[in-house]
Design a protein around this ligand. Structure first.
Ligand code: ADP
Length: 699
């Protein structure tokens, strides 16, 4: 059941219980009132009875009084009608409310009867004498009702005795019956005394019905009047209005009505606010979660209630989930588009892999997920080790936290094999241990490595042959040249003066040619030595090299040319062969001093600049003749010269050697020049490791 409905049910239940309590309370109150009502009913009936009895007492007293009187004894015995008329009739008609009187002698003969004529009553009937004895047996006075044509009459009767027999033990002398007609005025009188509305009806069962009405506060009682022989002859009903009871009952009804109105209004209000404040927001939240549509709770986001907070949390959740999905998608893309096979392992089973894996192993995802790694390896590795054992060793080592990298022979699904470079990394995510395996197909690289090995061997052979050739060239070729120079010199000396000037000049050309040839071979030898030298690279301070050149190798030339070498900032260290760096700087500085306009004073400036990839850049600038742009590349080619020997002496080997030295250490060389103004030769060389690391840290 939904929470809104539950709340409404609870409220309804509370209201029902509350209403039931009110009704129960009202039930007991009504019961109490009802008891009060009945009690009042009984009191009214009793009161009526007592008043009627009290009224009758007067009649009784009269009857008793006149039946104990000597004069009436006499009048009865003498049948003195006149006496009765003057004494009894006057009393009845004037002093009392009696309607009739009958006097009988001892023989039960009626000797006198009279009625209240002014009230329209005539005692035109007699009391049946046969009943006298039974009515008055052992009684001083009898009391009964009879039905007369004028209505119901209440009668009291007694036997007559002389005054000398107050105990009434002698023989009675006659009988007196006095009656009181229960007519309209008498009823009105009783009504006035009892405060009830007294009505009289002929005896009929339909009048026996109790007319009391609790709700209306009407109290009614019934009094049945019986004749002398105990037959019901009339019904007297008394009715009165119990106003307080009606007021209380009305107040109850009003209270209940008001309470129900109040309860209904309260329930309506509570239900309205439950729907507005609880059911509606809950439905929106529920729909949002079901349909995953955050726009449904847009209106709730600014709500200050707990539902507003919930809406914000849900909104945040969906936002984060979208971001997470995007992130997940991005990582999935990286994972799937990776050029290497990436596999995820848990314990000793693959649990996921990327697309490249399926391509590399030639299988479907189902064929690899949940499978053990050794299924994708041949039983034995090239070193003779068991694949399963070796794989487990590597996995266990990776699980200790040490990333593993090794070469491995893998087996595709079709059983063909390939060489792979495998990395294993362990990590923990969500409390679970995983191993990530990156498998790179190195078949091509292996082939290339083999090919390179083969080429290196060839190169080594070729180099060795070259070294032999250079050795031969340097020794065997230079030997005849030395002889030409030496014997040319002897000839020049011996034939001095004997040769004409043309022959002497030719002999000089021959000696100089042999000398140049010798220097060229020396240059070649120096060039070849660059790559064949076996000195290991070491940390070399360029400032020391420049100082050495200034003080020794180039000191003479500097002096001759009056040249200056500027080093504005301290030069860096480089990781090279110290002999070759000396040769490199010497060649470049010497060229800067050599290629100058006649008479100009050479000025060389050496600076260093930062270079990428752990290199340093050194620039050597001069104020010389410069190089035209079209020749700036070709000056590094062996034997390439831009001038004749007459202009500037040289052999075109220096810059080729420089290039070879720089390239040997992984550097580059070049020239920037403005023709006629000067040149800047630059080169890059590796910085020592510690310096490169510092530079990297600064970056
Ligand atoms: P060499 O100096 O023996 O001729 P190099 O290989 O050192 O051989 O130089 C090649 C050519 O480059 C030189 O002949 C010269 O024309 C040019 N050259 C080299 N250095 C400079 C320089 N600093 N200024 C102008 N030209 C230069």
């Amino acid at each position: 059941m939904k929470i809104g409905r539950k709340l409404i049910s609870v409220i309804l239940a509370v209201m029902v219980v509350f209403t039931a309590t009110v009704l129960v309370q009202r039930y007991f109150e009504t019961k109490r009132l009802y008891a009060l009502f009945n009690e009042r009913k009984e009191i009214n009936a009793l009161k009526f009875k007592q008043i009627v009895e009290m009224m009758n007492k007067k009649l009784e007293t009269y009857v008793i009084e006149i039946t104990y009187w000597d004069e009436i004894v006499k009048a009865v015995e003498s049948k003195d009608i006149e006496w009765f008329k003057s004494s009894v009739e006057t009393t009845i008609l004037t002093g009392n409310d009696y309607s009739a009187i009958w006097v009988y002698n001892i023989n039960k003969e009626m000797i006198f009867s009279t009625g209240a004529k002014e009230k329209g009553f005539e005692p035109d009937f007699a009391i049946s004498s046969s009943k006298f004895d039974s009515l008055l047996e052992n009684k001083i006075i009898c009391h009964f009702f009879i039905e007369t044509p004028k209505g119901i009459m209440e009668i009291n009767g007694a036997k007559i005795y002389p005054g000398s027999d107050p105990a009434r033990q002698t023989k009675p002398r006659g009988y007196v019956f006095a009656g009181k007609l229960w007519d309209g005025p008498y009823m009105t009188k009783i009504s006035a005394i009892t405060s009830d509305k007294i009505c009289m009806y002929p005896y009929n069962e339909i009048f026996l019905k109790d007319k009391s009405d609790f709700k209306e506060g009407i109290i009614s009682f019934i009094h049945v009047i019986n004749s002398w022989d105990n037959k019901p002859i009339s019904i007297v009903s008394g009715t009165s209005q119990y106003t307080q009871l009606k007021a209380i009952s009305d107040a109850f009804a009003k209270d209940l009505f008001l309470f129900l109105i109040f309860a209904a209004t309260l329930i309506t209000f509570i239900m309205y606010f439950i729907i507005k404040w609880i059911t509606n927001p809950l439905n929106l939240i529920s729909e949002t979660l079901k349909k995953e549509n955050v726009s449904l709770i847009k209106g709730l986001l600014k709500d200050k209630s707990e539902f507003g907070d919930m809406a914000q949390i849900i909104n945040q959740f969906f936002k984060q989930r979208t971001e997470l999905n995007e992130k997940e998608e991005r990582y999935r893309m990286i994972f799937d588009t990776a050029n290497d096979s990436i596999l995820l392992m848990q314990k000793d089973k693959f649990i996921d892999c990327n697309k490249k894996t399926l391509e590399l192993f030639g299988c479907t995802r189902e064929q690899i997920v949940d499978k053990a790694p050794y299924l994708y390896s041949p039983p034995i590795q090239p070193d003779g080790g068991d694949s399963t054992e070796k794989a487990m060793e590597n996995i266990l080592a990776a699980m200790t936290g040490k990333p593993q990298r090794f070469e491995w022979v893998h087996r595709r699904y079709d059983k063909s094999t390939f060489d792979a470079d495998v990395s294993l990394n362990a990590f923990n995510s969500g409390g679970k241990d995983y191993i990530q395996a990156i498998v790179r197909d190195i078949s091509e690289r292996k082939k290339a490595e083999d090919e390179m090995k083969r080429l290196n061997n060839n190169l080594e052979e070729a180099n060795s042959e070259l070294r032999n050739f250079v050795y031969i060239a340097s020794h065997d070729l230079r030997e005849p040249l030395r002889k030409i120079t030496a014997f040319g010199g002897i000839l020049q000396k011996n034939l001095k003066g004997a040769l004409n000037s043309e022959d002497a000049e030719n002999l000089q050309f021959m000696i100089e040619g042999a000398q140049r040839m010798n220097r060229m071979i020396e240059g070649l030898l120096a060039y070849s030595k660059v790559s064949t030298t076996t000195h290991l690279p070491q940390n070399v301070d360029l400032n020391v090299i420049v100082s050495q050149l200034q003080d020794f190798e180039l000191s003479l030339m500097l002096e001759e040319k009056g040249a200056i070498i500027n080093v504005p900032q301290t030069l860096p260290h480089v990781e090279v062969d110290p002999v070759q760096i000396l040769q490199l700087l010497q060649n470049l500085i010497a060229n800067g001093m050599k290629y100058q306009k006649a008479g100009s004073k050479p000025e060389i400036t050496i600076v260093s600049k930062p270079a990428p990839n752990g290199m340093v850049r050194i620039e050597i600038s001069d104020n010389g003749i410069g190089i035209k742009p079209e020749y700036q590349q070709s000056v590094f080619i062996m034997f390439k010269r831009l001038h004749t020997n007459k202009e500037y002496e040289g052999h075109g080997i220096g810059l080729a050697v420089c290039k070879k030295i720089v390239e040997r250490f992984g550097g580059k060389i070049g020239v920037e020049s403005e023709f006629g103004k000067g040149s800047t030769f630059w080169f890059t060389l590796p910085a020592p490791c510690d310096i490169a690391e510092e530079a990297l840290a600064e970056v």
